[in-house]
Structure formats: structure tokens, C-alpha cells
Design a protein around this ligand. Sequence first.
Ligand code: FAQ
Length: 329
Amino acid sequence: MYAQMVETGLKNVRSAADMGAEELAFQARIDAGIKIEAKDWMPDAYRKTLVRQISQHAHSEIVGQLPEGNWVTRAPTLKRKSILLAKIQDEAGHGLYLYSAAETLGVSRDELLAALHSGKAKYSSIFNYPTLSWADMGAIGWLVDGSAIINQIPLCRCSYGPYARAMIRVCKEESFHARQGYDIMMSLCQGSAAQKAMAQDALNRWWWPSLMMFGPSDAESVNSAQSAQWRIKLFSNDELRQRMVDQTVPQIEYLGLSVPDPDLKFNAETGHYEFGAIDWAEFHNVLKGNGPCNRERLQTRVKAYEDGAWFRDALLAYADKHADVKAAA
Ligand code: FAQ
């Protein structure tokens, strides 16, 4: 598949003729499946792509806490509240591993956060949608974390060592998240008619944005071919999206819910579900900052950062004082 992506996207990738000796040796290591580590030589464009993707990923984990944070105080039971809190804390941890992985490439955390807070850096489109009911906590865990796992399992084998290793733990935690989400959906679907209707409504609102999480179609994806050549991407956006649909439709049926896609049908010859057209205009609009919650999410992040300034200052003052005491000893 990787070969096919490189093949079809040849116009966007570096050819051997463009490469000097160092870059040829670098590409040969990647082709041989050898991990690239922080201190190894790498082309600037490889470094730049990784900083872009890993920092967007880190920002997604951090901003991704906000839609669920909205329901901590309103969780229906103490047990659900503690599970949700633990899940949201895990997402903060994922953000921290990922910022650390990005820092190994020579960018500072301050630079990355400044890019997020100024609106320059992207984070996943999915987190710009509102969480209107408790069922949204189920839909997010099941569909959003579920999609994140499908995208991230291959990243555990990507060519950049620090990113690949961070992904292993992230994926383990994400699978707990997906199960807790499905468990919420199961409870609602086995409950009253009103609860089941709430679950269906959440599925209706999160289904299409979850499919958009995988990024533009292969024909539109500008970065895929080069990222495939560098083995940052092992599967294309469309392949992973298809995997998500194939995996999730039977789960929807098991819940007794309906897929909000009148064009969905199973193709017995290919063994895959065919699904309706994605509204790419909506996707691009969200990316431009015009989704239902883009402004609110960014404002909340900036406020949290500003409100935490006293704590960062205190940590630095303590570290400086500690260094003085050590130097004097
Ligand atoms: N949202 O050429 P491609 C999670 C941008 S973690 C926003 O295909 P690429 C856990 C893309 O950046 C979710 N922007 O790009 C959780 C590029 O723009 P640029 C995050 C998007 O990088 C759960 C442009 O479109 N996961 O959910 C999106 O090869 C619950 C062209 O696209 C990751 O970040 C989008 N959906 O492929 C947390 C995984 N899609 O940068 C809390 C790692 C595309 O050139 C609660 N990332 N764009 O200006 C990836 O695998 C890739 O970056 C893709 C995009 C697949 C997202």
C-alpha cells in the first residue's frame, strides 16, 4: 500500500535524483525499517513534517479534553464521573508525551504553544463540535477514540523512534477509552426509549465528523505521498477511514441504532461497506476556524494558559532557588 501511495503521488515526493548522499543513506535506512532517532541526520523537510504532525497531534489531545470536560460535573453517577475524569487526564498525558516527542526535533514547548494560542497551528477538526448530551461522552469514546486508535496503531511502527514509542502507550490507553464510550452507548441503548433516542442523536451528530478526522481524500491529501515515502504514514487517509466504517457499522447494528447515511451499503464482492459522500465543504470550513466551537475552544485554552502563569512562574522560581542552593553547597 505504501508503495502504491508513493507511486500515485510521485509528483509530491523526492526522487533519488533530488537527493545527495546523506539523504540517500537516510532513505535507505527508512526503507530497511530502521528507526530514525533524534540525534540522527535527517532532511529538514522530514523534521518539519514531523514537527507539524506531532504538534498538531499534541494540540488535539489537549484541546480534545474540552468537549468532555464539559460533562464532568454532570456525569450521571459517581462511577461514570471518575471514569470520565481518568479518561480526560489520560488525554492530557498523551499531549505531554507528544510535546516531548516534538521537542526532540529541536522546537520548544513555548513555540508550539504560542502557535496553538495564536490560531496558527491546527488541531483535529473533531474537537470543534459541541457536546450537547451525556450520550456525546459515549459517542466520543466510541467513535472519536475509536478512530484515533485506527489512525494511531500504524503510527506505533512509523519511522521516527520517539513518536512511534509514544504511540504504544497512547494506543493502550485509547482502547480503554473506546470501550468506556461503547459501554455508555450500550447502557443508553438498553435503557428507556428516551435514552436510546439520545444515543441515536449523538451518533447522528458525531458520525460524519468522525469520518472527517482521517483527513482529506487521498486525491486531495497534499502530505500523504511524501509521508508514505518517509514511512510516517503507513496507510492512506481513505484506507483508514474505510477501516473505521467497516469496523463500526456492525457495532452500530449491535446497539440497535441506525447509521445516519442513506447511501451506506455492504458490497459483498469487496467485503467493504460503501458509504455516502462526505461534506468536504464543512470540513474545510472547520479547518478555517469557522466550526461551531473553534473560537470557544481557543479562548478556553488561552485563558487556561494565562491562568496557569503564576504556577509556571512559581516552578521556575523554585528551580532557580534550588540551583542557587546547589551551586553554593
Ligand atoms: N483536522 O495532507 P493531509 C484524538 C490537515 S487525537 C484538522 O492528509 P497529513 C485523541 C492537515 O494537517 C486526533 N486538520 O495531512 C483524543 C494538513 O494541513 P497542513 C488527532 C486536518 O498530516 C480523543 C491538511 O489538512 N490525531 O482524537 C485534519 O498527511 C478524544 C491536508 O491533509 C492525529 O493528529 C483534521 N481531521 O494527514 C483526544 C494523528 N485532517 O498541516 C481527546 C496524527 C487533515 O498541511 C479526546 N496525525 N488536516 O497545514 C495524522 O495521522 C495526520 O496528520 C492526519 C492528516 C491523518 C490527521
